[in-house]
Design a protein. Structure first.
Length: 135
């Protein structure tokens, strides 16, 4: 099974539109169709029902959508972690900070901190105030 097939399926399952998926993934529409067909053949199940010019997820497709999204997310995070490791980072911190602080105070603090801790990768994440409360 190819990761690109999973990525294509996850996007197509989200949009339910192969043309939109082709635009979002920068693939030709026939490539999207081929990826879906290859994945269906590999799994031995139909993931989409084709009705006229529309596609809808089968029951199996709806079930597999969640699993495919998890696999794609895990793959992407593993690749990111490996690339960070290859660059010499051995630890990662994620910082949540207000935009005002990020633009004013934080650059000065981070400059000296990163010099003292070159093996630490700092990742900043901007989250809305509502999501930040639950984070």
């Amino acid at each position: 099974m190819e990761m690109q097939w999973l990525r294509t399926f996850a996007d197509a399952a989200d949009t339910l539109n192969f043309r939109k998926t082709s635009e979002r993934l920068m693939l030709s529409q026939p490539s999207v169709t081929v990826h879906i067909r290859q994945l269906e053949e590999y799994l031995g199940i139909r993931l989409f029902d084709r009705i006229k010019n529309r596609v809808v997820l089968t029951e199996e497709g709806r079930h597999f959508k969640q699993q495919a999204e998890i696999l794609v997310e895990k793959f992407d995070s593993t690749v990111d972690e490996l690339q960070s490791f290859a660059q010499g980072y051995r630890r990662k911190w994620t910082i949540a900070i207000s935009p005002l602080m990020a633009e004013t105070v934080l650059p000065y603090i981070l400059k000296s901190f990163t010099k003292a801790h070159p093996d630490l990768e700092l990742v900043s994440v901007w989250k809305s105030r509502k999501r930040l409360k639950n984070w």
